[in-house]
Ligand binder design. Structure first.
Ligand SMILES: *[C@@H]1O[C@H](CO)[C@@H](O)[C@H](O)[C@H]1NC(C)=O
Ligand SMILES: *[C@@H]1O[C@H](CO)[C@@H](O)[C@H](O)[C@H]1NC(C)=O
Ligand SMILES: *[C@@H]1O[C@H](CO)[C@@H](O)[C@H](O)[C@H]1NC(C)=O
Ligand SMILES: *[C@@H]1O[C@H](CO)[C@@H](O)[C@H](O)[C@H]1NC(C)=O
Ligand SMILES: *[C@@H]1O[C@H](CO)[C@@H](O)[C@H](O)[C@H]1NC(C)=O
Ligand SMILES: CC(=O)N[C@H]1CO[C@H](CO)[C@@H](O)[C@@H]1O
Length: 820
C-alpha cells in the first residue's frame, strides 16, 4: 500500500530526505490530512486539501481544479464552519466517517456522517478524476458517501442535479456568500418536483428569479441546445428526478456554476487564454426574469416593449401596463364558457410556461391529451410532453405564467383553452367572427375613449393615505409629460428614530442638495436618507426632479429609491443603503484601489454600462443623467455599481433625441464639449461622461487635474497620445500591473473608452453598442480625436467661474449660467 503523500508547497523539494512518491489520491482509515497537505486524483485533474478563498484567512477543506483554472474551487466540505488557523486536520475514522477536527483535539468541525452502518468496516476515501470524493467499502467497492451528493455552487459532469425520492437526498446548488466567503449564500438553483419537475433559481426570500424551462425530451424548453460535445439527460420516474450532463469527447473542460448574483453560468475552459469563458447563462436577459410579463403575458426580447399579451388576451391593468409595469399580466378578451364548449388555440415558438400546476402522462398522444384537457374545465392548456418522440401529454391547471418567445429556435407549440367565439376560421363561422371582432374593437374604442376622459378628469394632485402622489406638470413643462408617481411615504418620526434624530455621527456625506444620513429602520433595514436643506430653493427642483426620474426606475445598477418623506417642512428621499461608499473613495486612493482588481473593475464598468443603457433606452422613459461621474457610482456589498444622484437628470419625450439648455449643470472633466460649450445634451453627452469614467477606472487617475511632467493634456489627451503611439498598456493602473491574463480585456476597455469620448457626438457609440462591445469580441472601430483633451480651456481654467464651489471637495457639480 502506498503511503499518504504529503505535498508540501514550495519547500517540499528543499527537504533532502523526501522520497519521490507517486501522487496519492486516497486517505485511509485513521490517516490524517493536515492543513498544507493535499491529495491529487489519479489523472491529476483535481486536488483536495485545505484552502483559503482569495483574500480571506479562514481555512476550508475543498476540491479544486489542478491542471487548469488556477485553483478554481468546485466543492467545499465545511462551507459554514471555517477554521481560523492552520490547525485543521481531515481524518477517516474506523467507522468510515470523514471528520474535520481542530488541533488534534476531538472537537469535530464537520463530519460526512457516512458511518450509518454503525459497524467497523475497512473503508478508504478516494478523490476521483471526475472531481468526486468518495468513501467506499474496501471489500466490495460499495460507495458509502460521495461529495457529488452534496454539491456547493458547482455542477460537474456526471453529477446528479435533483432528487432521490427513495432516500430523500436533494442535490442542489447554493451560491457563495462572496468571493471571500464560500458560506451558504442567498441564491439556490434547485429541482422543484411539484407538477412537472423544473429547475428554478430562487433568492433569499425563496422568490423565483429564473426558471429553466421544462425538459421536452430534447432540450429544456426555450433554452438553446448546449455545447455540441456535452450530452444532457433528464431522468424522471418513481424513484428519482434529476438532470445530468456528460462530456462526450473528453476534449473540453466545463462546469456549471451558480454565481453570487444568482446567475447559473456554463463555463468552458479556454486553453488559449487560460481562462474560464462564460458560454451560456440563465438568466440571460430581461425576458428571463421570472414572470416578467405576468399571467398570459409573453416576453419578446427583440421588441422595443418587451412584454405583450398573448393573442386574444389584453392587459389586466392597462394603465400600469402602459407605464411599463407588466406584473399584473393579461386577461382574456372573451371569458371562457366551459359548459358551451371551449376550444383550443395553438401558440407557436414559445418557452412553455411554469409547470408547477402541471400533470403529465408519457403514453398519451396529442389527441388524447386534448380530450383529457377539454373534459376538465380547470385545464387551461396542453401540449406534447416529449417532442423528441412526439408523444406524451403535459396539461396545465392554472393561469399560464413566465412565457417568452423562444430565441434561437428553442420554442415549441402550446394549445391554450379559448372561448368558442374566439376560434375563427372553421365551419363557415368566419364572417360572424369578423363582425363580432369589429364590434368588439368599436366597443374597445368607445371604452378606451371614456377611460381617457375619465382619467383626464381624475388627473388632479392627490394625496392618499400612505402614498405620495406628485404632479409632474408643474416642473416638467418642456417635456409636458403628465404623470402620477406613487411612492411610499415614510413617516418623519420613523426616520428620526432611524437616524438617531439626524445625528452628525450618522452623516454619510453631502449630496447634491443636502446631507445624506445613514439610518436603521425598526425592521433592521439599512437606509440612506437624503435630506433637503431648508434653505435650498434650487434643491426643491432637484428633489422633485430626482423623484420623477427615479421613482419608477428599477435596475440592479441604479440605486433604489425606497420612499420619501414630506412633513413639517422636511423633504427627504430614502434610499437603500450601500455599505461600500462611492467608487471615487477606492479608485483614486493608492491603498484602497488595491481592493479593486481587474475583474472587479471590469464588472463595475459593465454594470455602469448596463445601468446607463437602461436609462437611455430600456426603461419606459428616456433619461439623460447629465452628471455621471465616479463619485455618483456607489458600490454594494458585492462591489456591484449603482448609478446614483438623479438631481440633474432630464426626461426626454418620445422622439426627442437632443435638447439644449441655458443652464448647463454638470461636473468639469465629465462634460462633453457640445454640452459644456453650447448647452446641447443628448444620450451622447452621457456616453462621453461614461468614456471618461472608463478611462479613470482603468488608469486610477482623474481626468481633471491630471498631471504629467511632459505635457499639459488632461487624462483624455494623455490616453489618446499613448494609444496613438501603441503604448496603451503603460496606462494601466499600477495596482493592476500583475493582471497579465486580463491584458486584452484592459486594452479593449481603453479602446472603448476612447470611442466614447470622441469629439464628434455622432461618432460616439450608443450604450447598447457599448454593452455589446464590452461583452463580445467584435472588432472595434478606430477612435478619432477625443473632445477636450487639453485642460487649458477658457471655460475650464478656473473653478471660480461658478457658484457654490467648496475647496474641500474635488469634484462638484457646477452650474454654468448662460453658457452660450
Ligand atoms: C484554531 O481555530 C479553532 C476554531 O477555528 C479553535 O478551536 C482552535 O483553538 C484554534 N487553535 C489554535 C492553535 O489557535
Ligand atoms: C452530521 O450530523 C450532525 C448531527 O446530526 C449534523 O449536525 C451535521 O450537519 C451532519 N453533517 C452533514 C455534512 O450533513
Ligand atoms: C467537439 O468534438 C469534435 C469531434 O466530434 C471536435 O472536432 C471539436 O473540436 C469539439 N469541440 C470542442 C469545443 O472541443
Ligand atoms: C396515462 O394514460 C394511459 C392511457 O390513457 C393510461 O392507461 C395510464 O393509466 C395513464 N398513466 C398515468 C400515470 O396516469
Ligand atoms: C380537474 O382537474 C383537477 C386538477 O387535477 C382536479 O382536482 C379535478 O377533480 C378535475 N375535475 C374533473 C371534473 O375531473
Ligand atoms: C494537541 C495539540 O496538538 N495541541 C497543539 C495545538 O496548537 C498549539 C499551537 O499551535 C500547540 O502548541 C499544541 O501543542
Amino acid at each position: 500500500m502506498k503511503e499518504l503523500l504529503l505535498v508540501f508547497f514550495c519547500y517540499s523539494f528543499v527537504l533532502g530526505n523526501v522520497k519521490v512518491v507517486v501522487a496519492q489520491d486516497t486517505i485511509k482509515t485513521s490517516q490524517q490530512l493536515k492543513d498544507g497537505e493535499t491529495i491529487v486524483s489519479a489523472g491529476g485533474n483535481f486536488e483536495l486539501g485545505f484552502f483559503s478563498p482569495k483574500s480571506a484567512v479562514n481555512r476550508y477543506v475543498g476540491i479544486w481544479y489542478k491542471k487548469v483554472g488556477t485553483g478554481t474551487v468546485v466543492w467545499i466540505a465545511s462551507r459554514n464552519n471555517p477554521i481560523s488557523n492552520k490547525s485543521g486536520v481531515l481524518t477517516l475514522t474506523p467507522q468510515g466517517n470523514l471528520n474535520i477536527i481542530v488541533n488534534l483535539t476531538s472537537h469535530v468541525i464537520w463530519s460526512s456522517n457516512s458511518s450509518a452502518l454503525g459497524k467497523k468496516i475497512d473503508t478508504v476515501a478516494q478523490l476521483l478524476d471526475t472531481g468526486n470524493f468518495v468513501v467506499k467499502d474496501v471489500k466490495d467497492n460499495n460507495v458509502l458517501w460521495q461529495s457529488f451528493d452534496y454539491p456547493t455552487d458547482t455542477l460537474l459532469a456526471g453529477m446528479k442535479f435533483g432528487i432521490d425520492k427513495v432516500t430523500g437526498l436533494d442535490r442542489y446548488l447554493t451560491s457563495w456568500r462572496s468571493n471571500d466567503d464560500p458560506g451558504t449564500g442567498d441564491y439556490t438553483y434547485r429541482c422543484h418536483p411539484q407538477g412537472f419537475p423544473q429547475f428554478l433559481i430562487t433568492d433569499g426570500s425563496k422568490k423565483k428569479i429564473y426558471r429553466l424551462g421544462n425538459w421536452n425530451g430534447f432540450i429544456f424548453s426555450g433554452f438553446p441546445r448546449e455545447i455540441s460535445n456535452i450530452s444532457l439527460s433528464f431522468v424522471y420516474n418513481d424513484k428519482e428526478v434529476y438532470y445530468m450532463y456528460n462530456i462526450v469527447h473528453s476534449s473540453i473542460i466545463t462546469r456549471l456554476v451558480l454565481t453570487q448574483n444568482g446567475v447559473a453560468v456554463r463555463q468552458v475552459w479556454a486553453e488559449k487564454s487560460k481562462n474560464w469563458a462564460d458560454f451560456l447563462s440563465g438568466p440571460t436577459d430581461l425576458c428571463d426574469n421570472y414572470g416578467k410579463c405576468g399571467q398570459f403575458g409573453s416576453c419578446n426580447i427583440a421588441n422595443a416593449v418587451i412584454c405583450e399579451c398573448l393573442d386574444k388576451f389584453k392587459p389586466k391593468s392597462p394603465k400600469d401596463w402602459n407605464a411599463g409595469d407588466f406584473s399584473d399580466g393579461c386577461v382574456r378578451e372573451t371569458s371562457l364558457d366551459c359548459e358551451n364548449g371551449d376550444g383550443f388555440l395553438k401558440y407557436s415558438n414559445i418557452k412553455l410556461p411554469d409547470t408547477e400546476s402541471c400533470r403529465s402522462n408519457e403514453s398519451m398522444n396529442l389527441k388524447d391529451c386534448e380530450m383529457l384537457c377539454s373534459k376538465n374545465c380547470s385545464c387551461t392548456a396542453y401540449t406534447t410532453l416529449d417532442i423528441s418522440k412526439g408523444s406524451g401529454c403535459l396539461i396545465w391547471f392554472d393561469e399560464l405564467i413566465d412565457i417568452r418567445q423562444a430565441p434561437r429556435g428553442g420554442g415549441q407549440d402550446i394549445y391554450i383553452r379559448m372561448a368558442a367565439s374566439e376560434l375563427g376560421g372553421s365551419k363557415g363561422k368566419t364572417k360572424k367572427v369578423v363582425i363580432i371582432v369589429s364590434l368588439i374593437s368599436i366597443g374597445a374604442l368607445v371604452l378606451g375613449l371614456s377611460l381617457i376622459i375619465y382619467m383626464f378628469k381624475k388627473k388632479k394632485n392627490k394625496r392618499q393615505e400612505g402614498r405620495f402622489t406628485l404632479d409632474t406638470e408643474q416642473f416638467q413643462s418642456k417635456e409636458s409629460q403628465q404623470e402620477d408617481l406613487e411612492l411610499p411615504l415614510i413617516d418623519l418620526f420613523a426616520i428620526e428614530k432611524a437616524t438617531n434624530y439626524f445625528s452628525v455621527n450618522n452623516i454619510l456625506g453631502e449630496g447634491g442638495f443636502g446631507p445624506v444620513y445613514k439610518g436603521i429602520m425598526e425592521d433592521g433595514r439599512e437606509i440612506a436618507v437624503k435630506r433637503l436643506s431648508k434653505t435650498s430653493r434650487q434643491g426643491t427642483n432637484e428633489f422633485k426632479n430626482e423623484v420623477v426620474c427615479i421613482a419608477k426606475l428599477q435596475h440592479r445598477n441604479l440605486v433604489k429609491l425606497l420612499g420619501c418623506c414630506i412633513q413639517e417642512e422636511e423633504m427627504m428621499l430614502i434610499y437603500e443603503y450601500l455599505p461600500n461608499k462611492g467608487l471615487d473613495f477606492f479608485i483614486f486612493d493608492e491603498k484602497r484601489s488595491k481592493s479593486l482588481d481587474w475583474p472587479a473593475r471590469f464588472n463595475i464598468i459593465n454594470g455602469i454600462a448596463r445601468g446607463l443603457l437602461y436609462l437611455h433606452q430600456d426603461s419606459r422613459l428616456r433619461i439623460i443623467h447629465r452628471d455621471l461621474k465616479v463619485s455618483n457610482i456607489l458600490l454594494d456589498k458585492d462591489w456591484n455599481p449603482k448609478i446614483s444622484d438623479f438631481g440633474m437628470a432630464r426626461i426626454f419625450g418620445g422622439d426627442e433625441t437632443e435638447a439644449s439648455t441655458r443652464r448647463v449643470v454638470g461636473t468639469y472633466g465629465y462634460m462633453s464639449p457640445e454640452y459644456q460649450l453650447d448647452g446641447l445634451f443628448s444620450v451622447k453627452s452621457d456616453v462621453f461622461s461614461f468614456g471618461v469614467l472608463v478611462l479613470e477606472i482603468v488608469t486610477g487617475k482623474r481626468n481633471r487635474r491630471f498631471f504629467h511632467p511632459d505635457h499639459h493634456h488632461n487624462l483624455l489627451g494623455h490616453v489618446w497620445n499613448l494609444y496613438k503611439e501603441g503604448k496603451a498598456e503603460e496606462l494601466v493602473d499600477a495596482q493592476l500591473g500583475y493582471s497579465r491574463p486580463y491584458q486584452s480585456e484592459i486594452l479593449r476597455s481603453i479602446h472603448i473608452g476612447l470611442l466614447c469620448v470622441q469629439q464628434d457626438p455622432e461618432a460616439r457609440p450608443n450604450m447598447s453598442y457599448v454593452v455589446m462591445m464590452l461583452g463580445s469580441d467584435v472588432i472595434l472601430p478606430e477612435p478619432t480625436q477625443p473632445g477636450f483633451f487639453t485642460e487649458r480651456n477658457k471655460f475650464v481654467s478656473d473653478d471660480s467661474s461658478s457658484q457654490n464651489i467648496s475647496n474641500t471637495v474635488n469634484e462638484v457639480t457646477v452650474t454654468l449660467l448662460d453658457a452660450r
